[in-house]
Ligand binder design. Structure first.
Ligand SMILES: [Zn+2]
Length: 176
């Protein structure tokens, strides 16, 4: 009975979102906006990625884009049939477009992005997209508090760094 519970737990959305959160923490440690993603196929993680826009100097290097590319390599097909993408923040329009092209069955995200999200926050390219040829099931709000907390503390720290940087600059410009 215990084994069965363990089994279910290991395949839950929460378990895989925890893995995506681990990726997001790697992004934070590298000074990147902390978003992480994993792709799961047949109950197994086949790709992991974190946002690397600054590291790669590539505005398209969102966690989802990198995870999708890695998953296609792992699966050996651009079609991600039977796969689920887990990402800590609601995908943006670019990533949602890429997701539709790669055709995973499901997208599970943590915190919503009411301003720029393309999975229901601002627009919904994943579930309500008549001109596009694939539709994903979307599950939102999985470990949303943890996912949002990570982003909030990142931006709070960035503001504080900027404030103290500005103060240093003011001091530096004062005559000695
Ligand atoms: Zn994106």
């Amino acid at each position: 009975m215990e084994d069965e519970c363990h089994e279910i737990d290991l395949h839950s959305d929460g378990h895989f979102m925890l893995q995506a959160l681990r990726e997001a923490r790697k992004a934070a440690a590298a000074g990147e906006v902390p978003v992480g993603a994993v792709v799961v196929c047949g109950g197994r993680i086949v790709a992991r990625a974190w946002n690397q826009v600054e590291t790669l100097k590539d505005a398209t290097a969102h966690a989802e884009m990198l995870a999708l590319t890695a998953a296609q390599q792992a699966v050996g097909d651009w079609r991600l049939d039977g796969c689920t993408l887990y990402v800590t923040k609601e995908p943006c329009p670019m990533c949602a477009g890429a997701i539709v092209h790669c055709r995973p069955d499901r997208v599970v995200f943590g915190c919503a992005d009411p301003k720029g999200g393309a999975a229901g926050g601002w627009i919904n390219l994943l579930e309500a997209n008549p001109p596009l040829n694939h539709r994903c099931d979307v599950t939102s709000g999985v470990m949303a508090g943890e996912c949002l907390g990570l982003l909030q503390s990142f931006f709070r720290d960035a503001r504080e760094r900027k404030k103290s940087g500005d103060a240093d600059a003011r001091r530096g410009s004062e005559p000695a």
